[in-house]
Design a binder for this molecule. Structure first.
Ligand code: EPS
Length: 380
């Protein structure tokens, strides 16, 4: 059973986004400045468009804390929309390819794409970043770090794929980058690609990687399909609009190699969680639906934003004539922003899996359960 449950509501140009997170233990000191910093990061990245100049995303904490600490009651947050013009905005007369517009209109049997796009919009991800940023604070109390960075943009790739070692240094490198990547040279290629796409009135997709470090082994379950952590993380990452591929470790590459090269040998090696480790980590930290105790490594492919300045052919609802899709404003790319969303979504799912194993009403109880298990697993 999922320990953390969450939901969001809110239209892209409605008054606000709201979100509720249930299942958090009591006694966690919540850093709301940290949540706002993540929201600001989601708004940033080179290639964002006009809407982000209008919004100033910040959370208003409505429920679930007292004296800055969680109460174990549902946590509720609100993020105001500054562009709250939903009632005044025109009804587009054509459905935009690549969006939910046409299939949504067919589902509800009407010709008002605005009634679909207001909720299908990726604006909703701001609410989930807020919840992820709250949930990850449980993981951080146990030194677990969740970290996402951009590894590809518009067909260009990073060469410096990872910065091992100190978490603060890693974060500093990424946060100084306008593409949230760890490779300053790739940044120049990314910037050139985005500038070119902007000139050509086009848009670009890319790939981001999410890692989680110092996870204990045994989170998740093999007992039933939907409880497998691989399925949960995959489903959660695919719930972000525009995501087209998710792979763990070698991913699709594992399908092209013999088993002797794919599977990670088990070796005797003292570590935080006992005497056993893997000698490499091509599995990306998951086997049998469980964490292995190695780093979680997943990569997520994002399609280019489908709102193009140059337009894409569609059909006018009233006349049936071929027209170019309506364009108001959009981003050239939002892969850096998507990496912030991916990090939050993975943190939410991992925090839930962590609390499922180490349970408890309060942080004190969670701590006790974690330490008791760790003492036992070290003797295995
Ligand atoms: C989006 C279209 C744009 C983006 C929006 C997602 O909004 P608008 O139509 O108001 O210009 O800016 O992203 C956000 C508002 C956000 O906060 O990320 C879409 O169609 O999905």
């Amino acid at each position: 059973m999922k320990r953390l449950r969450w939901n969001t509501a809110g239209e892209s140009h409605g008054p606000a986004l709201v979100a509720i997170l249930e299942g958090m233990p009591s006694g966690l000191e919540l850093d709301t400045a940290r949540v706002d910093a993540e929201l600001a990061r989601r708004q940033g990245g080179y290639g964002r468009g006009g809407r982000m100049k209008i919004e100033r995303d910040r959370i208003e904490l409505l429920a679930g804390t007292k004296g800055g600490r969680t109460l174990a009651s549902p946590i509720a947050v609100r993020i105001a929309n500054r562009d709250a013009t939903i009632e005044a905005l025109p009804t587009p007369r054509n459905p935009r390819p690549g969006h939910a517009d046409l299939a949504g209109c067919q589902k509800f049997v009407h010709t008002d794409p605005r009634a679909i796009l207001e909720r299908a919009s990726a604006r909703e991800t701001a609410a989930r970043v807020a919840l992820g940023s709250i949930a990850r604070q449980v993981l951080e109390a146990f030194s677990i770090e969740v970290f996402a960075h951009v590894v590809e943009l518009g067909g260009e790739r990073v060469e410096r794929g990872w910065v091992a070692g100190d978490a603060a240094e890693r974060r500093a490198v990424r946060d100084a980058s306008s593409f949230y990547c760890l490779d300053p040279q790739a940044e120049e290629r990314f910037r050139a690609a985005v500038d070119r796409a902007r000139e050509e009135r086009d848009s670009l997709g890319g790939v981001f990687e999410v890692r989680a470090l110092r996870l204990p082994p045994g989170l998740g379950s093999f007992a039933s399909g939907p409880e497998r952590l691989t399925a949960r993380l995959g489903g959660a990452l695919f719930s972000i609009p525009a995501m087209k591929g998710v792979e763990f470790g070698l991913g699709f590459g594992a399908a092209r190699l013999p088993g002797s090269l794919v599977h990670d040998p088990i070796v005797a090696a003292e570590g935080e969680f006992g005497r056993f480790r893997r000698s490499k980590n091509d599995a990306g930290g998951l086997e049998g639906g469980l964490t292995t105790g190695e780093e979680l490594v997943c990569r997520v492919a994002m399609k280019p934003i489908p709102s193009l300045k140059r337009g894409i052919q569609t059909v006018d609802f009233d006349t049936g004539e071929a027209v170019q899709a309506t364009y108001q404003r959009s981003d050239v790319t939002s892969v850096p922003a998507a990496s912030v969303v991916g990090e939050a979504i993975v943190a939410l799912e991992l925090a839930s899996a962590f609390l499922e194993k180490f349970g408890g009403d309060s942080m004190e109880e969670v701590q006790g359960a974690f330490e008791a298990w760790r003492a036992r697993v070290r003797k295995l």
